[in-house]
Design a protein around this ligand. Structure first.
Ligand SMILES: NC(=O)C1=CN([C@@H]2O[C@H](COP(=O)(O)OP(=O)(O)OC[C@H]3O[C@@H](n4cnc5c(N)ncnc54)[C@H](OP(=O)(O)O)[C@@H]3O)[C@@H](O)[C@H]2O)[C@@H](O)CC1
Ligand SMILES: Nc1ncnc2c1ncn2[C@@H]1O[C@H](COP(=O)(O)OP(=O)(O)O)[C@@H](O)[C@H]1O
Ligand SMILES: [K+]
Length: 521
């Protein structure tokens, strides 16, 4: 598990260490980790050309101290400063044979010199701004950020211009090929758009004592440990039964995809309820979605119900979790009736796609509904569905929803989770899962190829299945998003691009197999 903390939490933890450690000790730990990375990356330090971009604060200090250490090992180190720089670190750099110039003065490098320096650099260390940055970069900083070569730039603590807490980027910001961060992950390294600026992020432990994290990210090891594995005495029922309400005459494929995901989540038994209509000849209820699911997945037990038939829905049988929504279209009042029935059952419930608007209507009529329910409800909107949800339940217009998400995505989802009582899984690049209590996960796996119709349906089935198999539903959301993302990454490695949603169940099976058969398990 990787943990991220807010700037405020980091500052408090640093202050506590400052009180007991000699001056500069924390910075030297950070510098040691940074230099170790540079040495590993370059292989040979002697003769390497390093350019340091140095701001006025301790972030510049880290980079300059690293420059001093590298210069002492024979690197050619040029520091380009935006103004004043950390005094001791600057002195150390100059004493070790490094050079420093300031861009903002007339004696500073002109544009061609600056470009030439950056073009020739084997590595550029971005020490313009760390956690002390506020707002968009000032002009001198922004100019350097725009000129730094992304493939050869390493961000110190975080890419300058990325807001450490929100991941917001206003104007130019450093684009790095790697980020070496100190003490703990910063939330902005994981949240878009900042996350697109970091490259792989490495954490250097500097010995901070940290409080509960503000945001968590799962690793493969966490997911491997969480995967439901049948016990010796397992049976299909003991492994968990998922009830999945999915598919309609208009969208039968969504049910097939959701079942495909559910079959890879660990539940032992899948009851699918598909919405059909009365056959005029026989009077029996029959739906196209049910037929498609039976044909594609003979292992699923399918019941066709008439729209909104609560009794028939619940008569489908006992389950350990319900999921509702993929491919439900048409009569929203019928979906609302089904949802109302499921909300009355005391098992975890996943609500997606066609069931999200009906849920919003139920919550608009009774805001305390989910707060009163004992078993949690996980909703899985994408950004458009989220905007409709907050529109109907909280009265936000579309512009407000977009503005709030852009300003602070995590805080916005946290607020909506607290107000609605729902666990919210907000899909997109860097999916968030947030409980009403505020506990939050961000998903760091995945690829833009997942942005394909139907991939969300697979995710819903997968999460429902993980919940039926016994994972707490919010954690099931985080685990499901991680697996879903890994499956998509795998598509790139195994020649399965462009990714189609119907490839995902097979890729999920391979992903789970790899995790379960890893010798480290
Ligand atoms: N503390 C520790 O124990 C350890 C800390 N460590 C390191 O210290 C870093 C934090 O250092 P920090 O606090 O000095 O802040 P930092 O980000 O370098 O500079 C802030 C200064 O920049 C300016 N400025 C602000 N906004 C701006 C903008 N938009 N555009 C342009 N300029 C802007 C503003 O200065 P001003 O010009 O207003 O005087 C402000 O004061 C941290 O990220 C990590 O790398 C590690 O060594 C581990 C131990
Ligand atoms: N740029 C992206 N990077 C990573 N994942 C993405 C990206 N765009 C979309 N996704 C993922 O793809 C899935 C799309 O789901 P959704 O929009 O509900 O599709 P559908 O409704 O067609 O099934 C989500 O899991 C989302 O997180
Ligand atoms: K930086």
């Amino acid at each position: 598990m990787r943990n991220a903390h807010t700037v405020e939490q980091v500052r408090a933890a640093e202050a506590e260490r400052f009180a007991v450690l000699p001056p500069g000790a924390l910075m030297q730990r950070a510098v040691f980790g940074l230099v170790a990375y540079v040495v590993r990356r370059l292989g040979r330090v002697h003769g390497a050309r390093i350019v340091i971009l140095a701001g006025s604060g301790d972030n510049g200090g880290d980079a300059l101290w690293a420059g001093a250490r590298l210069a002492a090992r024979g690197a050619r180190v040029d520091a380009i400063a935006t103004g004043t720089t950390h005094p001791q670190a600057t002195a150390a750099l100059l004493a070790a044979g490094g050079h420093r110039q300031i861009v903002a003065t007339s004696a500073g490098p002109d544009e061609p010199t600056l470009r030439a320096l950056l073009e020739r650099a084997d590595l550029v260390l971005d020490g313009l701004l760390g956690i002390g940055g506020r707002g968009g970069l000032r002009p001198a900083h922004a100019r350097l950020a725009a000129l730094a070569p992304p493939r050869r730039t390493v961000a110190v603590d975080l890419p300058s211009g990325v807001d450490a807490d929100t991941g917001a980027v206003a104007g130019d910001a450093i684009r790095a090929s790697a980020t070496i961060t100190f003490g703990t992950y910063k939330r902005g390294l994981w949240l878009m758009p900042g996350a697109a600026h970091t490259g792989p992020v490495e954490l250097v432990d500097i010995g901070l004592t940290l409080p509960e994290p503000d945001l968590r990210a799962l690793d493969d090891a966490d997911v491997r440990a969480a995967l439901p594995v049948p016990h010796e005495t397992a049976s299909k029922y003991r492994r968990g039964v998922l009830g999945l309400v999915a598919g309609s005459d208009d969208y039968p494929g969504a049910a097939v995809l959701a079942v495909g995901g559910a079959l890879r989540g660990g539940a032992g038994y899948l009851r699918v309820v598909s919405v059909g209509r009365a056959d005029p000849a026989s009077g029996r209820i029959h739906g196209r979605a049910g037929d498609h699911v039976r044909a594609a997945h003979p292992e699923a037990v399918v019941t066709d119900i008439a729209p909104g038939d609560r009794a028939a829905l619940l008569a489908a049988g006992r389950v350990q979790a319900w999921a509702i929504g993929p491919g439900l279209a048409g009569d929203t009042s019928a979906t609302g009736a089904s949802l109302d029935a499921l909300l009355g059952e005391d098992v975890p419930l996943v609500v997606d796609a066609g069931a999200l608007d009906p849920l919003a209507d139920l919550l608009a009529a009774d805001r305390t509904r989910l707060h009163r329910r004992v078993a949690p409800v996980l909703v899985t909107p994408h950004e458009g569905e989220f905007a409709r949800l907050v529109g109907r339940v909280l009265g936000w217009d579309a512009a407000k929803a977009a503005d709030e998400l852009a300003a602070d995505r995590l805080a916005t989802v946290r607020r909506v989770a607290a107000e609605t009582g729902a666990v919210i899984l907000l899909k997109g690049a860097r999916t968030l899962v947030v409980e009403p209590s505020g506990t939050a996960w961000v998903n760091t796996t995945g690829s833009p190829w997942l942005g394909t119709a139907g991939s969300g349906d697979v995710l819903t089935g997968l999460i429902g299945s993980l919940a039926a198999a016994g994972l707490p539903v919010a954690f099931a959301g985080a685990v499901g998003a991680h697996l879903h993302g890994r499956a998509a990454e795998r598509a790139g490695v195994h020649g399965c691009l462009p990714l189609a949603a119907s490839d995902l169940p097979r890729l999920l099976a391979a992903t789970v197999t790899d995790l379960l058969t890893d010798p480290a398990r």
